[in-house]
Ligand binder design. Structure first.
Ligand code: FAD
Length: 418
């Protein structure tokens, strides 16, 4: 079996691995860094980000937008700002621009610009790569790492693990990174999907594909825990859309750990306000007026001018008013219609699916990684970066910001240089 020697091996050719390879390449010199990727293409997930546009960061990056290991989050963000990321990509010849909400994208609006810029920089730094590479084992011997692939053995002084997470298996994600780390005695916290749709007990097939702008409030034991606003998408299984994605982390924590935001709880519900710009009284007055105009029409007519028709019908049905004429609706019926429109309750039914998740919550246990250096506490010159760590961010570019930043910093924070 062929034996190869490198100063540094990076495992994983995603956002984090590619970034790490560029910085380690610059540090170690040409031909000294090897990037190993199990898929036949690098950066597959990166290409799918931001609907192919790659939302790489956000002007509002701050620890509040992240979950998981607080020390790690603060340590990375204190050294890796939006300006640092922007300057990094500028050095790679890529301009970024932000949209009205502060989300940063490549100026081209194409994820491939980011992927290719990272890869060209790897080439410029003389990084070598092996694609479609299955790693069968890693061990440490005589101060070196020995990485065994199916057809060769690679020795290196520094090993960077950037294998990402289990989220989005259709893009090649699996748990092999965690399995490799297990071989080195490094464990992980509970893993669960985040930024994904929520399956609810209430299933309205007629609402499949319906979208509405609204507010979503996550209720822990009946009390508001988190609130988001934006487009809500209805599916035949429950709820989706960015503001639901934001709530999915806490929902899935509940199913995985029995807690929400770290506190134990018994029940979880999502309340939708489908008319968030108007008070209860305003909506009531509007319906009262419409009732007089449309006396002979059915109750859903009252809402169908302010909500999508299928939603108007579901709300009327929930109030048992669907077959009543507007003229026959009582004040109580009207109040109930307003309540449904402004406080439509859904009960999450089961944990989300990694197949539909953008990220994975949980990751390498903080006991195994030094937040100051991103090096393993127990194994010198073993670095970890990207989503394999116990850090996940909100929607909006926060995850890629962390993946790129943590990878960049692996080569900058440690004094244990190869
Ligand atoms: C559909 C979708 C859209 C998203 N959009 C955004 C967005 O717009 N903005 C944002 O901030 N975040 C977004 N995310 C999240 C973001 O993509 C991830 O957080 C980020 O890619 C993590 O980077 P990473 O390098 O750690 O992992 P990955 O990008 O997953 O890369 C890991 C790489 O390691 C390889 N690998 C794994 N195990 C092994 C092994 N044993 N041997 C060799 N190679 C291995 C994998 O094949 C993969 O190429 C999105 C995610 C999805 C699924």
């Amino acid at each position: 079996m062929e034996q190869l020697n490198y100063q540094t091996v990076v495992i994983g050719g995603g956002a984090a691995g590619l970034t790490a390879a560029t910085v380690w390449g610059r540090r170690c010199g040409k031909g000294q860094v090897l990037l190993l990727e199990k898929q036949s293409k690098i950066g597959r997930k990166l290409l799918a980000t931001g609907n192919g546009r790659c939302n790489i960061s956000h002007q509002a990056v701050s620890p509040e937008h992240y979950h998981g290991d607080r020390h790690l989050i603060k340590s990375v963000l204190s050294r890796w700002s939006v300006d640092d990321l922007t300057a990094f990509f500028q050095r790679l010849g890529v301009w970024l621009r932000s949209d009205d909400e502060g989300r940063l994208y490549p100026y081209t609006n194409q994820a491939v610009t980011i992927r290719d810029a990272l890869w060209r920089e790897c080439e410029r730094q003389g990084v070598q790569e092996r694609l479609s590479c299955s790693i069968v084992g890693i061990r440490r011997t005589g101060g070196q790492f020995v990485v065994a692939t199916d057809d060769r053995t690679i020795r290196c002084g520094t090993l960077v693990i950037a294998c990402g997470s289990k989220a989005a298996p259709s893009l090649g994600a699996d748990d092999s990174g965690y399995q490799l780390l297990k071989q080195l005695g490094i464990g992980h916290t509970q893993l669960f999907p985040s930024l994904c749709p929520v399956t609810t007990a209430e299933k309205y097939r007629s609402l499949k594909g319906v979208r509405a702008k609204g507010k979503a409030v996550l209720l822990r034991d009946g009390k508001p825990l988190q609130e988001t606003a934006g487009e809500i998408q209805f599916t035949d299984h429950g709820l989706s859309g960015i503001c639901i994605f934001e709530l999915s982390r806490a929902v899935n924590e509940y199913f995985a750990c029995g807690t929400m935001a770290g506190q134990s709880c018994q029940t979880v519900q999502i309340a939708l306000d489908l008319l968030p710009d108007h008070s209860f009284q305003e909506v009531y007055a509007f319906l009262e007026n419409s009732r007089r105009l449309f006396t002979k029409e059915t109750a859903d007519r009252l809402l169908s001018g302010i909500l999508p028709q299928p939603l108007a019908e579901v709300l009327a049905q929930r109030c048992r008013s669907k077959n009543k004429t507007c003229a026959s609706l009582t004040a109580r019926d009207l109040k109930q219609l307003v309540s449904e429109a402004k406080h439509l309750l859904f009960t999450p039914e089961k944990a989300g699916d990694f197949a539909a998740a953008q990220v994975c919550a949980g990751g390498v246990d903080s006991r195994f990684v030094d937040p100051a250096t991103l090096m393993s506490r127990s194994i010198k010159n073993l670095f970890l970066c990207g989503e394999v760590l116990d850090v996940d961010g909100d929607c909006g570019g926060y995850n890629l910001h962390f993946a790129v930043g943590s990878a960049f910093l692996t080569a900058c924070l440690s004094d244990n240089r190869t």
